[in-house]
Design a protein around this ligand. Structure first.
Ligand SMILES: NC(=O)C[C@H](N)C(=O)O
Length: 340
């Protein structure tokens, strides 16, 4: 019997406030999440799939606690789920803080044809007006929908299905916190309307477990940032027992940095630490335009451009490429191909 498989990882969709002193924490099980799906859904949603729904509890954490090792576990769980020929769609329930990280990680390594739809909630499970049940229903509907067959990894939230790449959480609390990327489809009144096709993922190799210890800090490099501190990080981290695997500079605008950061890039490259130049600006590509410490000088010193990737998605791409063991020039080429 065809089925949609739900992998639960925690997040606000599964969170409750048991004691106000400890705040809202992920606690509901996948069975509790799926308990909201009733036979009435079939009548209420025109596109509700005929399929069964199965569930698996992978983690029970709020997403700000996830690690690269956990993202690898999620990717492995997806691989395992889609290896079952009965699984026609996968849903991942996840905290919204880092959905865009997990979605992009999966986009980079997932090569399957079964749709993978990630969702969550902005209001916790114990909020009577919670958005979790509706978002979960829409994600299940989308994952099992024939029109989603070639969509890869997407984020479904508040009736909109976004591409994994370039989608960002742009509001801390709004009921529709995701924007950017490509809008692949909408779900309204239980009906899915397909609108666009997202670019296929790059098919990078699944990283080894060691990705859990990869160190790629994102360094603010704009107004008020200290290049001297950044220099210390590059020069002295080894003496503190930390191996820097890469750096993401979060510059300003189209990709520019405060005084002194060109020297930091130069130094990092001498230490064989790959550097990506990203921007604090939410949307638009990073482009080398300016001199005087701007993108032109940073690239000349050896920085790679993040393209249209956010600093967070650029860090994930760099981590995956570092783990794939590419030599410096191959890594730069592959990074540029994927970042665009
Ligand atoms: N709305 C949410 O899910 C946010 C929560 N802090 C999380 O990422 O787990």
């Amino acid at each position: 019997m065809p089925r949609v498989h739900v992998i639960a990882t925690g997040g606000t969709i599964a969170s409750r406030t048991e004691h106000h002193s400890i705040g809202s924490v992920a606690s509901d099980s996948v069975e509790e999440l799926l308990g909201v799906i009733t036979s009435g859904d079939r009548e209420a949603h025109e596109d509700w799939p005929e399929h069964q729904v199965s569930g698996e509890q992978l983690f029970s954490v709020n997403s700000f606690r996830l690690t690269f090792a956990d993202l690898r576990q999620i990717a492995l769980a997806v691989e395992q789920a889609v290896a079952d020929p009965e699984v026609v769609g996968v849903v991942i329930t996840h905290g919204t803080d880092t959905i865009e990280d997990t979605a992009f990680f999966l986009h980079c390594v997932y090569t399957g044809t079964v749709p993978v739809v990630i969702t969550g909630a902005q209001k916790p499970a114990d909020d009577p007006a919670g958005d979790g049940p509706g978002n979960l229903r829409e994600a299940i509907l989308a994952a099992g929908h024939p029109h989603m067959a070639d969509t890869g990894v997407t984020i479904s939230f508040a009736g909109r299905i976004h591409s994994a790449r370039a989608t960002r959480k742009h509001h801390t609390l709004a009921p529709e916190p995701f924007t950017g990327g490509t809008e692949i489809a909408t779900v309204t009144h239980g009906k899915l309307v397909r609108q666009a096709t997202a670019a296929a993922g790059p098919g990078l190799p699944m990283p080894p477990a060691e990705i859990g210890s990869v160190q790629i800090p994102i360094l603010e490099a704009g107004l008020g940032s200290s290049a001297q501190l950044a220099r210390h990080l590059v020069e002295d981290s080894a003496s503190c027992g930390i191996t820097l695997d890469g750096l993401v500079l979060m510059g300003t605008g189209a990709g520019n940095a405060a005084d002194g950061f060109v020297t930091v890039v130069d130094l990092a490259c001498q230490h064989h630490i790959p550097v990506v130049l990203a921007t604090r600006t939410t949307f638009g590509p990073v482009v080398a335009i300016y001199g005087n410490g701007g993108g032109v000088d940073l690239v000349a010193a050896g920085a790679m451009l993040a393209g249209s990737l956010s600093p967070y998605q650029a860090r994930i791409l760099l981590a995956l490429l570092v783990c794939a063991g590419f030599a410096a020039d191959q890594l730069a080429n592959r990074f540029a191909e994927v970042a665009g």
